[in-house]
Design a protein around this ligand. Structure first.
Ligand SMILES: Cc1cc2nc3c(=O)[nH]c(=O)nc-3n(C[C@H](O)[C@H](O)[C@H](O)COP(=O)(O)OP(=O)(O)OC[C@H]3O[C@@H](n4cnc5c(N)ncnc54)[C@H](O)[C@@H]3O)c2cc1C
Ligand code: SF4
Length: 511
């Protein structure tokens, strides 16, 4: 049986960022990833079959059953080397300082906040921004947190439609600024961005998106890390209160493999990590084990599409460029709320995506009209609720023997009220940009899932301590989005990355 210093499960943000300090410290690291490498070609990545369910990397082999709260009763997940970063929108925000603090409106009367502060993460945010070569604009947004270094890349020129949205927001007294993006605009030693229309939900055919399979994982492998793709982890095995080995099944040969290590880093994503912990029965060792799988958050998201009198984006180019955070910490209309959410530009979707989402005649009829659309994505911070949970049903194992995942998720009245306010403001901005009317599209996916194995100071209400060590099992750490006690109202990847770098560094210094 092969043995390693550390085994990392999952190659997404939590896994590959945690692996980096270990590899840099000279440790022998094995990374196990259930997906494969994504080939890059315009036909495969940017064609109609490159996105979401039509992509071969949208994995339905361990279907999520979502009786309550999903957009469909069963759902898959993006699964590949680099995780969903390969298909993501690249928006790379730091959470704000206050996001780490107690907030009774969000967490309820037993609010605890995070066991770490913004200051604990600041230097790791800077590191993550360097690794992902983030571009963006500082100094405009009133909610911007403290930083110790400038962003590595400058901003990209705005599309015409973005200029119109920006000027509309400014006329309303707001402070639009350019989104921090993990996209290569300046490094001419590799392909720079072509500003195409198939970015978010598609892989980049030319490798200009700074996803993990492009920017980080190859470097870790060249420094000695072993990556085994197509390996589905099915079980963590314990002896005397420690993990001794991990079982997995090859998707290619269907053979079972077992690997040993001194330390284990679970980073299979908020849904995948809770699934593995519960199916391995590890909650029984943890005083807060009853919360594993619970407090699932995913933001309350909706796109407010402006419907323009003609083609919204005549240049036909990438225009996910602006953010507006003026209502992040509230709105004069709802003084009782001290937090609402963020607004981010959402480009005209490719007609093929709309046709697939609205299947049948409706999709065919409406997809030609998508050229009239350009929008704003509203992201509301959703409340962590005990009853929003991932559970398992062992009566229905999947093809790898993993028990069925069941997800129940409902938004609170507060979540919905906050969305109503943000939606209203987004409509005003799109109207000012020239939209005649609007269409609001609710998003009920789990693409921003966080919080199922949260860290916290209280061992009865959180499964991880502030080092993201799984209480009761000394050599098991969790480093993906599941560790978050609250979701903030910003895209999670950069915070997952920063925290994973922090925890990876702590682990690299342990004996
Ligand atoms: C279409 C889309 C667009 C997005 N856009 C943005 C954005 O612009 N900005 C942003 O911040 N966030 C964005 N997100 C969200 C972001 O991608 C996630 O928050 C982030 O990837 C989560 O990181 P993670 O480490 O928690 O898990 P993941 O990145 O999901 O990594 C988990 C990895 O573990 C693997 N895995 C799961 N189960 C097993 C198993 N049993 N055995 C072995 N491996 C396993 C998975 O295949 C995956 O590679 C987007 C997500 C999607 C789907
Ligand atoms: S917009 Fe740029 S980074 Fe995104 S897919 Fe197109 S070329 Fe790649």
């Amino acid at each position: 049986m092969d043995s390693y210093d550390a085994i990392v499960i999952g190659s997404g943000f939590g896994g590959s960022m945690a692996a980096r300090p270990l590899v840099d410290a000279g440790m022998k690291v094995l990374m196990l990833e259930r997906g494969d490498w994504v080939n890059r070609s315009a036909e495969e990545n940017w064609g109609p079959n490159g996105s979401i369910e039509l992509s071969p990397f949208y994995d339905k082999s361990s279907l999520l059953h979502v009786p309550v709260g999903g957009n469909k009763p069963t759902m898959g997940l993006y699964s590949c080397v680099g995780g969903p970063s390969v298909f993501y929108g690249g928006v790379s925000f730091r959470f704000r300082e206050a996001d780490f603090e107690k907030n009774e409106q969000i967490e309820g009367k037993d609010a605890q906040g995070w066991p770490i502060s913004y200051n604990d993460l600041e230097r790791y945010y800077t590191k993550a921004e360097g690794i992902l070569n983030i571009s963006g604009e500082r100094g405009v947004d009133p909610t911007e947190p403290r930083d110790s270094a400038p962003l590595p890349q400058q901003i990209s020129p705005l599309a015409n439609i973005s200029h119109r949205v920006k000027s509309s927001a400014q006329k309303l007294g707001l402070n639009p600024f350019q989104l921090p993006l993990a996209i290569n605009y300046e490094d001419t030693s590799r392909q720079t961005c072509l500003s195409c229309k198939t970015c978010d939900t598609f892989a980049c055919a030319v490798g200009a998106k700074n996803d993990l399979a492009t920017t980080l994982i190859p470097g870790l492998m060249s420094k000695g890390m072993t990556l085994l793709p197509n390996m589905v982890v099915t079980q963590l095995n314990t002896r005397n209160g420690r993990i001794i080995s991990v079982d997995c099944i090859s998707k290619i040969t269907r053979q079972q493999h077992t690997f040993k290590a001194g330390k284990f880093i679970l980073a299979a994503g908020s849904l995948g990590s809770a699934h593995i912990l519960l199916s391995s029965g590890l909650q029984q060792f943890n005083p807060g084990g009853h919360v594993v799988g619970r407090y699932l958050m995913r933001h309350l998201n909706a796109i407010i599409f402006g419907i323009f009198p003609g083609i919204a984006d005549k240049q036909g180019r990438f225009h996910k460029q602006l953010a507006i955070l003026d209502y992040y910490f509230g709105h004069p209309k709802v003084p009782e709320f001290n937090k609402l959410g963020s607004l981010q530009q959402m480009p005209t979707p490719p007609a093929s995506v709309v046709e697939n989402e609205l299947k049948g005649v409706l999709g065919k009829v409406l997809s030609p009209a998508v050229k009239l659309l350009s929008g704003l994505l509203a992201i509301v911070e959703d409340q962590p609720q005990y009853n929003n949970a991932l559970t398992i049903d062992t009566a229905f194992p999947d093809e790898f023997g993993l028990p069925r995942v069941m997800i129940n998720h409902t938004y609170s009245d507060r979540d919905k009220a906050a969305m109503k306010v943000l939606t209203g403001e987004a409509k005003k901005i799109m109207k000012g940009a020239g939209a005649l009317t609007h269409y609001t599209h609710g998003i009920r996916t789990f693409s921003h899932a966080v919080g199922t194995v949260r860290m916290g100071a209280n061992e009865k209400t959180s499964a991880l301590d502030e080092s993201c060590r799984f209480r009761g099992i000394d050599n098991l750490f969790v480093t993906d989005g599941s560790v978050m006690p609250t979701s903030a109202a910003l895209n999670p990847s950069l915070t997952i990355a920063a925290n994973a770098l922090r925890v990876g560094e702590l682990i690299s210094k342990l004996n």
